[in-house]
Design a protein around this ligand. Structure first.
Ligand SMILES: [Zn+2]
Length: 400
C-alpha cells in the first residue's frame, strides 16, 4: 500500500430545484434520466449538500474527513469555497449577496430576533459573504448589475408604460428609480406591467423576439411565474439590468452588492461557502425587498467578461478575481501533454470532458472519467494525463 496518499475520489450531491433541466447533469454524472429536474451538483462541505470522499474502507463526508483525519490548516467549518455545476432551464431569482461585515451584523440580529436558521423567512444563514465566479459551459444568459443612467433613460423612453418613471430617475438616480418600482403595491405594478406583457406575449409566442431583447425574457418570466398570480416585480429588473450573453469558456464575477440573475444555460460556479441570498423577485422563495435594497449597490455596471489568463504551461487558464476564498481554473490537456503541479491549498478537480489519469509523485493513481471528481490535499505534487484530450475544472482557495 502506498502511504501518504493525498488524492481521493469525491462524490458530490445533486439538488433538484424546479428551475433545473432534466438532461445535462444526469448525462454528466451518468445518472438515470427520470424526468425530474437536476438543477445543481454540489462539490464541497456545505451542510445543505456535503460531498463524500471515497476511502478504501468506505465513504465518509468530506467535512468529516477534514475534521477527523486531517487537522492542520483546515477550519472546522470545512472548505472556504463551494464548487457547483448548474443547469438553468428556467430563470432564477433576482438576487444580491451581502458583504462579510453586514452578513455578520445581520446574522446576529436575526439570531436576537429569534428567527430559526431554517425558517423560510430567515435571510442570513451564516456570517459569510458570498461572492461568486462562473464559467459558461454552453451559451449562457444572465442579468448583471444596473444599466448606466444614460441607457436607463433610453430604456424608460423606449417603453411607453415606463415614461412616468423618468422623473424618478432624473431626480433621484438609479436608487430612486429602483426603490420606486420595488416598493410599488400590486395594483400599481399591474397597471404598468400588464399592457407591456399584453404587447410582448404574442410576439414571444410567435417566436419573433430575440434573446438579446429584454422583452423576450420579460415574456418568459411572466409565463414562468404566472401561477403566482402576480405581475412579478422582478420583471422591472429585466429591463433595468445589463443583459449578458456568455459563450462557452467565458466567465463573469458577481461581487458583493451587485444585483444579478441567471436566465438560461449551463455553467460551473465557484463561491465562498455561504448561503446568504437576498431576493427581489422571479422566485417562489422568500423575497425581502427592504433587505435587498439595503445591500444593493446602486451604481451603473459595465459587465466585465473574464476570458481567463493562460499559464505558461499552455494548459491551465485561471479565472482570477480578488477574493481570498477561492480560485477557479480550467485545465485543457491534449493527448501528448502532461499537466504537473503542486497544490497550495485543498483542491477539487472535476472532469468535464475526456478521461484523465491522476498520478502522485509516490505512484498513487486515480483514473477519472467525465463527470468524476477528486479531492486533493494541500501540498500534493501530482500529474494529469489525458487518454485523448480532456477538460478539467479546478477549484482551490485563493491567496490567503
Ligand atoms: Zn448569486
Amino acid at each position: 500500500m502506498i502511504s501518504n496518499v493525498k488524492t481521493y475520489p469525491l462524490e458530490g450531491k445533486t439538488q433538484s430545484y424546479s428551475w433545473g433541466g432534466t438532461q445535462f447533469i444526469p448525462e454528466l454524472l451518468g445518472l438515470e434520466k427520470n424526468g425530474k429536474p437536476y438543477a445543481e451538483y454540489w462539490l464541497g462541505t456545505h451542510e445543505r449538500g456535503q460531498a463524500d470522499i471515497v476511502l478504501p474502507k468506505g465513504k465518509t463526508s468530506l467535512r468529516n474527513f477534514l475534521n477527523t483525519f486531517k487537522s492542520g490548516g483546515v477550519k472546522a467549518s470545512g472548505l472556504s469555497f463551494l464548487f457547483k455545476v448548474l443547469d438553468v432551464k428556467n430563470m432564477l431569482s433576482i438576487q444580491v449577496h451581502p458583504s462579510k461585515e453586514s452578513a455578520k451584523k445581520e446574522y446576529l440580529l436575526e439570531n436576537l430576533q429569534g428567527i430559526p436558521i431554517d425558517h423560510p423567512e430567515r435571510n442570513f444563514k451564516d456570517q459569510n459573504h458570498k461572492p461568486e465566479i462562473m464559467v459558461a459551459l454552453s451559451e449562457f444568459w444572465l442579468l448583471h448589475g444596473f444599466l448606466s443612467e444614460e441607457k436607463l433613460l433610453g430604456r424608460l423612453r423606449e417603453v411607453p408604460e415606463f415614461h412616468e418613471l423618468i422623473p424618478a430617475l432624473q431626480s433621484d438616480g438609479i436608487k430612486g428609480l429602483y426603490n420606486k418600482v420595488m416598493n410599488q403595491d400590486f395594483k400599481e405594478r399591474k397597471r404598468i406591467l400588464k399592457p407591456i406583457i399584453e404587447r410582448i406575449l404574442p410576439l414571444y409566442r410567435e417566436g419573433i423576439l430575440s434573446k438579446t431583447s429584454a422583452d423576450y425574457w420579460a415574456a418568459k418570466a411572466f409565463i414562468q411565474f404566472e401561477e403566482n398570480g402576480d405581475f412579478d416585480k422582478g420583471i422591472y429588473s429585466i429591463y433595468f439590468f445589463n443583459l449578458v450573453e456568455l459563450k462557452p469558456g467565458e466567465g463573469i464575477y458577481q461581487p458583493t452588492g451587485v444585483p444579478h440573475a441567471y436566465l438560461e444555460g449551463q455553467n460551473v460556479e465557484l463561491m465562498a461557502n455561504s448561503d446568504n441570498v437576498l431576493r427581489g423577485g422571479l422566485t417562489s422563495k422568500h423575497i425581502d425587498v427592504r433587505q435587498l435594497l439595503k445591500h444593493t449597490k446602486f451604481q451603473e455596471i459595465e459587465p466585465q467578461i473574464i476570458r481567463g489568463t493562460l499559464k505558461e504551461d499552455g494548459m491551465e487558464r485561471i479565472y482570477a478575481c480578488d477574493v481570498p476564498d477561492f480560485q477557479l481554473s480550467q485545465i485543457q490537456i491534449l493527448s501528448s501533454e502532461i499537466y504537473c503541479t503542486t497544490s497550495t491549498s485543498s483542491e477539487i478537480l472535476l472532469v468535464m470532458e475526456g478521461d484523465v489519469a491522476m498520478r502522485e509523485k509516490n505512484g498513487a493513481l486515480l483514473v477519472l472519467s467525465k463527470g468524476q471528481s477528486a479531492f486533493v490535499e494541500c501540498g500534493c505534487h501530482y500529474y494529469l494525463e489525458a487518454r485523448n484530450s480532456a477538460v478539467i475544472f479546478k477549484a482551490a482557495s485563493g491567496k490567503t
